[in-house]
Ligand binder design. Structure first.
Ligand code: MF3
Ligand code: CO
Ligand code: CO
Length: 276
């Protein structure tokens, strides 16, 4: 059973209850999404060989503090950092540490900033120095997959149409879609209804309605889709150790399509494309 509720109604969010946001929600998400994107833009300049992911984490924390925002992952379910840094075969939820980035690494940085109670959630791929052609291709496919998903995010379609668009694009390019992590409703909660799967069957799932706000965040692997979690309890890696990439936007469904809240003011959402 799916029920839609006014996001401002103080209804408890149980499974199957999908909040529909009004202008206040869209305004809140615009602000939070923009600040998150600005923080990621700052990180584009900072990512280079020799920099540690812990240093990037400190940079993100300082940016948040200086802009009256709170990193949503800080103390979230025991997580102790402002960003996730997922390098090479790490699929997602990589933990910042003191190991320096190396020439040829690809790294996803995922940041969620809370601004006046609204959560802007976004991630991008960063290339460290010169990367391989296969890494570059994977990153291009990942951004194209996210774009295909966003293009399908409109009234009249369903969540399954988003997943199918992403899966078709990824598999046509002989890459695979990770099944174990999904996009999610976002707003005044970090993870809300509905789940947005990055694979699926057209026409199935939840009908998309104006006012729905959620992330799309496909994780795409060069090899097989299977992942395992390392003993730290967070880091997800590809089982076959092939490269993995991810890109994430927070979007809202409008009457005619969607609004992307986490666009880069500097045009650096795909930093690799920006420097070609
Ligand atoms: N930002 C991630 C997402 O896209 C969630 C990270 S939770 C953490 O949903 F605890 F791993 F940081
Ligand atoms: Co997310
Ligand atoms: Co995220």
């Amino acid at each position: 059973m799916i029920t839609f509720v006014d996001a401002e109604a103080k209804t408890r969010r149980t499974a199957g209850v999908i909040p529909l946001h009004g202008e206040a929600g869209f305004a809140g998400m615009r602000k939070a999404g923009r600040l998150t994107a600005e923080a990621l833009d700052v990180l584009v300049d900072a990512v280079r060989p020799g920099v540690t992911t812990a240093a990037l984490d400190r940079l993100a924390y300082a940016f948040a503090r200086d802009n009256n925002a709170i990193p949503a992952t800080l103390f979230y379910k025991g997580y102790r950092h402002s960003i996730c840094t997922s390098i090479n075969h790490v699929v997602c939820h990589g933990i910042p540490d003191e190991r320096p980035l190396r020439d040829g690494d690809i790294v996803n940085i995922d940041l969620t900033l809370i601004v006046e109670g609204w959560y802007g959630d976004s991630s991008r791929m960063f290339a460290v120095g010169e990367i391989s052609r296969k890494a570059e291709r994977l990153i291009d496919v990942t951004y194209a997959a996210l774009e295909a998903g966003i293009a399908a995010a409109k009234p009249g379609n369903t969540t399954g149409d988003i997943g199918a668009a992403i899966q078709t694009l990824a598999e046509t390019e002989r890459t695979s879609v990770v099944r174990d992590f999904v996009g999610h409703g976002v707003g005044q909660l970090f993870h809300d209804e509905p789940n947005i799967m990055h694979f699926g069957v057209p026409g199935t799932g939840v009908p998309l309605k104006p006012g729905m706000i959620f992330t799309i965040e496909p994780m795409i692997n060069l090899g097989r889709p299977h992942v395992k979690i390392l003993p730290d309890g967070w880091t997800a890696v590809t089982r076959d150790r092939t490269l993995s990439a991810q890109a994430e936007h927070s979007i809202g469904i409008t009457e005619t399509g969607n609004e992307i809240f986490t666009l880069s003011p500097k045009g650096l959402f795909n930093p690799l494309a920006a420097r070609r």
